[in-house]
Design a protein around this ligand. Structure first.
Ligand code: HEM
Length: 415
């Protein structure tokens, strides 16, 4: 398995590959991770203990329990490998309370319902413009032509990037996200490009965060810049840069994945997705469908935790220091929670773990839902068809999405 971190005693992609007994970088795994986790569930049940004592969790209840329980967190072990924003600071995704809560609280104002409502008209306009352009060409790649530009524009707004910065941001963000993946591309040219993008990211965001803060701005950069300028409890600059890096890492490819995997799933399940043809004018039908798409093809597959103290998961004893790999895709297909879990049922609704749970529950979940809902609704009303039947999946380990998705729009919706 290509992995640059063989010298590291806790190289968790390697560890997980051993645990699920497969090459997680292989095309077969990426095309169908459930083809590997389901046999493991049949053999071991909801909790699989490896010969080394590490645990792989496949059950919904067990994953939910660990995500909520403060006895499980990041400690030092699971955090070490992934702090790759080019700054010596750990983002709050990999920090335990109370540090986590303090850091998350500094930017959560950019993700409130009010902030979402303020952004909604802009997101609608982005979707309208992008789908309008798609109509001029009729055939487009959903990833490159629609989902990425949408996710980049929205993330630029949330972060508070200056106008005109977007194109540059897309290139930088892609490389940055690739560099954060533990199974990153190891070719020298790719490594060099990633290094340049990291330097660029740190320089750019350092400059933006050092600006005189806007007194009442609600963007992430405004909030962090105010924190840096404060005399009491000032935010460290490196921590602020790491927070921005994390938002890019957590919010970009994942949203692209939801839109692209979601549309691909709809197009490859025509019988089931016909429920949207008859009801696509009904906003609730698409909103419910998005939840099922998140369950069925979650863009984030894995969460990792360490037992910070001796603990238990269900009946299983978990000694302090144990690394737990939570297979979110498997939890989302748990037969104890979902009737007929491998069937796509667009009317099923709720209760998946695609956005995690507990203190680290995805901060951007409402934003991602809104983007996917608006984009999928706009595309679905143009009666899209697949141009290429076969798709391949990205190299990413934690995040998984179709690499490209060529579609043709066939029928202009009536105004
Ligand atoms: C479909 C899109 C998305 C998916 C599937 C997703 C998934 C997740 C998951 C599973 C976690 C929890 C990880 C863990 O517990 O280890 C998480 C955390 C997080 N996500 Fe998302 N995410 C998405 C979009 C976004 C967006 C758009 C943003 C922001 C712009 C965002 C920001 C975050 C942040 C900041 C965290 C860390 C929260 C914390 O540690 O307190 N995500 N996401």
């Amino acid at each position: 398995m290509p992995n640059t971190r063989t010298a590291d005693p806790v190289s968790w992609p390697d560890l997980i590959a051993q645990q699920v007994n497969c090459d997680t970088a292989s095309e077969a795994y990426r095309a169908d991770p459930n083809g590997f986790t389901e046999p493991l569930r049949s053999r071991s049940g909801a909790v699989h203990r490896t010969p080394s004592g590490a645990l792989v969790l496949l059950g919904h209840a067990e994953c939910a329990e660990v995500l909520r329980d403060p006895r499980f967190g990041h400690g030092a072990a699971t955090a070490r490998d992934i702090t790759a924003y080019g700054v010596p600071a750990r983002s709050f995704l990999l920090t335990d309370p109370p540090d986590h809560d303090r850091q998350r609280g500094r930017v959560s104002g950019a993700f409130t319902a009010r902030a979402g409502a303020r952004l909604a008209p802009r997101i609608e306009q982005y979707v309208l413009d992008l789908v309008g352009k798609a109509w001029q060409r009729r055939e487009v790649d959903v990833v490159a032509d629609l989902a990425r530009p949408l996710a980049a524009s929205v993330l630029s707004d949330v972060l508070g990037l200056p106008p005109g910065y977007e194109h540059h941001f897309v290139e930088m963000a892609e490389l940055l996200v690739r560099g954060m993946d533990p199974q990153q591309d190891t070719a020298p040219a790719a490594r060099a490009a990633i290094t340049r993008a990291r330097t660029d990211f740190v320089r750019t965001f350092t400059q933006l965060l050092r600006r005189t803060p806007d007194g009442c701005g609600t963007s992430v950069i405004d909030q962090l810049a105010r924190g840096i300028a404060r005399k009491d409890d000032p935010v460290k600059l490196s921590e602020a840069v790491a927070t921005c890096g994390q938002l890019i890492a957590a919010g970009y490819e994942t949203t692209v994945g939801l839109i692209a995997n979601g549309l691909h799933t709809l197009l490859t399940h025509p019988e089931e997705s016909s429920v949207l043809d008859t009801t696509h004018a009904d906003a609730d039908a698409m909103a419910t469908a998005v939840e099922e798409l998140l369950r069925y093809e979650p863009p984030v597959h894995i969460a990792v935790r360490t037992a910070l103290t001796d603990a238990q998961v269900g009946e299983v004893t978990v000694p302090r220091g144990t690394i737990l790999t939570l297979m979110l895709n498997a939890a989302n297909r748990d037969p104890l929670v979902y009737a007929d879990p491998h069937r796509l049922d667009l009317r099923r609704g709720g209760r998946h773990l695609a956005f995690g749970l507990g203190p680290h529950f995805c901060l951007g979940a409402p934003l991602a839902r809104m983007e996917a809902h608006l984009m999928l609704s706009a595309l679905w009303s143009g009666r899209p068809e697949l141009v290429e039947e076969r798709v391949t999946y990205t190299f990413g380990f934690v995040a998984r999405r179709v690499q490209r998705l060529r579609i043709r729009l066939t029928q202009r919706p009536k105004p």
